[in-house]
Design a protein around this ligand. Structure first.
Ligand SMILES: [Zn+2]
Ligand SMILES: [Zn+2]
Ligand SMILES: [Zn+2]
Ligand SMILES: [Zn+2]
Ligand SMILES: [Zn+2]
Length: 436
C-alpha cells in the first residue's frame, strides 16, 4: 500500500510540474477576426486588442500581439475606416477591400499581412484626406480620389506606404503631403488634376520634376524637407552603358542609384602594372581590383646581357647590363670574376708562374718556394727547399727572391748574392774617397 501511495504521489507531483510548465509557456495569441462586410469590419476594429508591433531583435525581444483582421470576401466600405490607438494586421486573403470614405489612422498602425495577396484600395475622403496617418503606420494598395483636398497626408510621425498609384483627379488639389516629420512612400505614380499640386513636403509645393536622388534611398525620387520626406519609385530606370564596379562585382547603374546586371568580376589571368604598383583587371569592365605596391624578389633574374629583380606581376627593378666585379674569385683549379647577379666572367684554369723563392735556404735551415697564378695570384703549388749543408762548397749562387705582396700578381724583387754585396761596398768606398 505504502509503495502504491508513493508512486501515486510522484505521479501527482510530475503532473503538477507539467501543468505549471504548460501554464508558463502559454503566450498571448493574436486574435484572427474574419470580416466580409462593412459592419463586421467596424466591429472587428472595435473589438481588436491594442496590440504591439513585435521586434524579435529588441533586448529583450518584443512579442507581436497584433490582432489580424482577415477578409473572407471582397466588399466596399462607404464610411471612414478609423483606427486610433491600436495596432492591427489586415490580411486581405486574396480579396479586395474598397475603402470608399477614406482611411484615418492615429497612434497605431494598419499594416498589410501580404501586400501582394489582395487589394486595399482607398477612395473618397475622411476629413480632407483619402489616407491620413498621425503617429501611425498605414499600408494601402492604391489611392484614387476625386474629392479630397489631399489624396495622401502623413503628419507628425506618420508613415504611409502606397504599393500602387496615387491619383487625385479633383481640379486643383494635392497628390501627396508629408509634413511635421511625416513620410510617404509611393511605389507607383502620382497623378493630379490639371491645376493640382503634385505633392508638397512641409507645405512646400513640388512639381514632379523637383526631385533629387539620394544614395540612402536607391531607386526612389526623393522630395525632402528637413524632417519630412516623400519617396516616389523612379521608373522606368535608365541604366547607363558604362560598367560601374567595386572590388567584387560590376554592374550598370541608373542615375537614381539602382543597379542592374550585378555580376562578379572575371579576372584576367595576368596582373596589370605600372611604375606605382600592380592590380587585377576585370575582363568585362576593366576595373582595377586589389591594387598593391610591387614586391620585387631578392633573387636576380638574368639573360645573356643583363640582370634585374622581378615582381610577380612582371615589373622589373634594377635592370642593368652584366659587369664583372674587380675581385678575382677562384677555387683549386680555376679563376673567374662575377657580376653582382652571379653571372660568371672569364672562367679559366690557373696559369702557374715560375718557382718563386720566399725563404732562401741556408747551410742549416730549409727555405721555401711557391708558384702563383699569374692572373689571380692563387698559390698553385708550394714546397720547401732543403738546407744547403755545411759540407757542400756551393755558395748557393744567385737567388731571385720575390716577395708576394698581394693577390694581383704583384711581387717585389730582391737580389741577394755575395757578389752583389761586394759591388755595393766597392761603390760606397769609391764615393767616400771622392769626397775626402
Ligand atoms: Zn532609376
Ligand atoms: Zn568587372
Ligand atoms: Zn608588381
Ligand atoms: Zn649581372
Ligand atoms: Zn688564377
Amino acid at each position: 500500500m505504502k509503495t502504491h501511495k508513493r508512486i501515486l504521489s510522484i505521479f501527482l507531483a510530475l503532473a503538477l510540474a507539467c501543468g505549471l510548465l504548460a501554464l508558463t509557456s502559454v503566450t498571448v495569441q493574436a486574435a484572427v477576426r474574419p470580416v466580409n462586410s462593412e459592419a463586421t469590419l467596424h466591429s472587428a476594429i472595435a473589438a481588436a486588442a491594442v496590440g504591439v508591433i513585435g521586434n524579435p531583435d529588441a533586448t529583450p525581444p518584443i512579442a507581436d500581439t497584433r490582432d489580424i483582421i482577415q477578409l473572407t470576401g471582397s466588399f466596399a466600405c462607404s464610411s471612414a475606416i478609423v483606427i486610433d490607438g491600436k495596432n492591427i494586421i489586415l490580411d486581405l486573403n486574396g480579396f479586395t477591400l474598397s475603402a470608399n470614405f477614406g482611411v484615418d489612422v492615429r497612434n497605431g498602425s494598419l499594416l498589410l499581412a501580404d501586400p501582394g495577396d489582395g487589394a486595399f484600395n482607398v477612395s473618397g475622403q475622411t476629413g480632407g484626406n483619402a489616407v491620413f496617418a498621425f503617429k501611425a503606420q498605414v499600408q494601402v494598395t492604391s489611392v484614387n480620389t476625386s474629392n479630397a483636398a489631399r489624396a495622401v497626408t502623413a503628419g507628425t510621425g506618420g508613415v504611409i506606404t502606397v504599393f500602387g498609384n496615387v491619383t487625385n483627379s479633383s481640379e486643383s488639389d494635392i497628390g501627396v503631403r508629408a509634413n511635421d516629420g511625416g513620410k510617404v512612400i509611393v511605389e507607383g505614380a502620382i497623378t493630379v488634376g490639371a491645376k493640382g499640386t503634385y505633392l508638397d513636403v512641409a507645405m512646400t509645393p513640388r512639381t514632379q520634376e523637383q526631385f533629387s536622388f539620394n544614395a540612402l534611398y536607391p531607386g526612389y525620387q526623393t522630395y525632402k524637407s528637413d524632417t519630412s520626406i516623400v519617396l516616389v519609385r523612379h521608373a522606368p530606370h535608365v541604366f547607363g552603358d558604362a560598367w560601374v564596379g567595386d572590388d567584387d562585382d560590376h554592374w550598370v547603374e541608373c542615375i537614381c542609384g539602382e543597379k542592374d546586371e550585378v555580376t562578379p568580376h572575371t579576372l584576367e589571368a595576368d596582373l596589370a602594372f605600372d611604375e606605382t604598383g600592380h592590380w587585377n583587371t576585370c575582363e568585362e569592365c576593366d576595373t582595377k581590383i586589389s591594387f598593391a605596391a610591387h614586391d620585387f624578389a631578392a633573387a636576380w633574374e638574368t639573360d645573356d646581357d643583363s640582370h634585374w629583380h622581378e615582381c610577380a606581376c612582371g615589373a622589373v627593378s634594377g635592370f642593368a647590363a652584366h659587369a664583372a666585379g674587380a675581385t678575382w674569385l677562384y677555387d683549386d683549379d680555376d679563376h673567374w670574376k662575377e657580376c653582382e647577379c652571379g653571372v660568371v666572367f672569364g672562367l679559366a684554369a690557373h696559369t702557374p708562374s715560375d718557382w718563386l723563392v720566399e725563404v732562401k735556404p741556408t747551410a742549416v735551415t730549409a727555405g721555401s718556394r711557391f708558384k702563383v697564378c699569374t692572373a689571380c695570384g692563387f698559390v698553385t703549388e708550394s714546397e720547401s727547399i732543403p738546407a744547403t749543408g755545411t759540407g757542400g762548397g756551393s755558395s748557393g749562387g744567385d737567388y731571385i727572391i720575390k716577395k708576394y705582396v698581394g693577390q694581383l700578381g704583384c711581387y717585389t724583387t730582391y737580389e741577394s748574392s755575395f757578389w752583389n754585396w761586394f759591388k755595393y761596398i766597392v761603390l760606397f768606398g769609391w764615393i767616400w774617397m771622392w769626397f775626402i
